[in-house]
Design a protein around this ligand. Structure first.
Ligand SMILES: NC(=O)c1ccc[n+]([C@@H]2O[C@H](COP(=O)([O-])OP(=O)(O)OC[C@H]3O[C@@H](n4cnc5c(N)ncnc54)[C@H](OP(=O)(O)O)[C@@H]3O)[C@@H](O)[C@H]2O)c1
Length: 255
């Protein structure tokens, strides 16, 4: 973990109470270049025991309550973040929170499609929109392109790749999840296009198939390996990486 992390002073991770989000926060505080302020959001901070314990040992971690589909909660999280980061603004926003509804063609309903879409696609976009003033504040302070200035990282999935429908995970016919991540990838592309002139990067990132509650115990990657890869890739993202779907090794995945 190096590259632009040296210049990244403030970072926010959603869904940081367990899984990849929690381990991203752990790796950030244990890295060579720890951001001054790490905002770790959780929808139930009281129940986020491991995160609370971590925060008690590292004063850079600030736990903020956020249910990503609650617009009022997003507004309050922005206020709280704003007072924590002050004039620094927000260098790196990591939209990590997500759910995986695995319905097959026979099982899928309008409700499961909408729930997955709301959490995995609509929520990240609303969060980007709400945190934009803080990203802009950070972007105005320096030049360059990447997490050392201002960046949005949407944790997506190779299962959102339309081209790979017949390739990796072809047997995994989960309509709600796959469609929501394909749509999230389009959000990343549009946001990257819109914010590039302001020096704010946006990309989608596939963390690998990881052993978490979502990934299951049969997944080949541990959280440590995945998050170390993710942070190393993020340290190196630049103008050439803008709007791409990358994996945890830095490889570019097809749309
Ligand atoms: N694990 C994999 O193999 C894999 C592969 C590809 C992509 N991903 C992506 O990586 C990200 C993290 O996945 P994970 O494996 O760490 O999953 P996980 O262990 O199931 O954790 C999901 C996280 O999202 C949070 N979350 C869900 N709904 C939320 C809401 N409405 N508001 C706020 N937080 C909410 C959860 O909080 P609660 O504890 O409150 O539910 C939890 O912190 C997801 O976007 C996922 O799609 C994972």
């Amino acid at each position: 973990m190096d590259g632009q992390w040296e210049k990244c002073r403030t970072v926010l991770v959603t869904g940081a109470n367990r899984g990849i989000g929690l381990n991203l926060v752990k790796a950030l505080v244990n890295g060579k270049f720890t951001p001054e302020i790490i905002i770790a959001t959780a929808r139930d901070p009281g129940g986020a025991e491991e995160l609370q314990e971590l925060a008690s040992k590292h004063c850079s971690i600030h736990i903020v309550k956020l249910d990503v589909i609650d617009q009022q909660a997003i507004f309050q999280a922005v206020q709280c973040t704003s007072s924590l980061v002050g004039e620094r603004g927000l260098n790196c926003l990591i939209n990590n929170a997500g759910i995986n509804l695995r319905d097959s063609l026979e099982e899928v309903t309008a409700d499961t499609m909408m729930s997955n879409y709301q959490i995995n696609t609509v929520a990240p976009l609303m969060i980007i929109k709400a945190f934009l003033p803080l990203l802009r504040k950070a972007a105005k302070q320096t030049t360059g392109f990447g997490i050392g200035r201002a960046a949005v990282v949407n944790i997506s999935s190779c299962l959102g790749s339309i081209q790979q429908t017949w390739e990796d995970g072809a047997e995994y016919r989960c309509y709600p999840y796959r469609a929501s991540k394909a749509a999230l990838n389009m959000v990343s592309r549009c946001v990257a296009f819109d914010l590039e002139p302001e020096g704010i990067l946006c990309c989608s990132l596939h963390p690998g198939w990881v052993r978490t509650d979502m990934g299951g115990q049969e997944a080949p990657l541990g959280t440590t390996e995945s998050v170390e890869g993710i942070l190393s890739v993020l340290g190196g993202v630049n103008r050439n990486s803008n709007s791409l779907l990358l994996d945890w090794t830095g490889q570019k995945l097809p749309w």
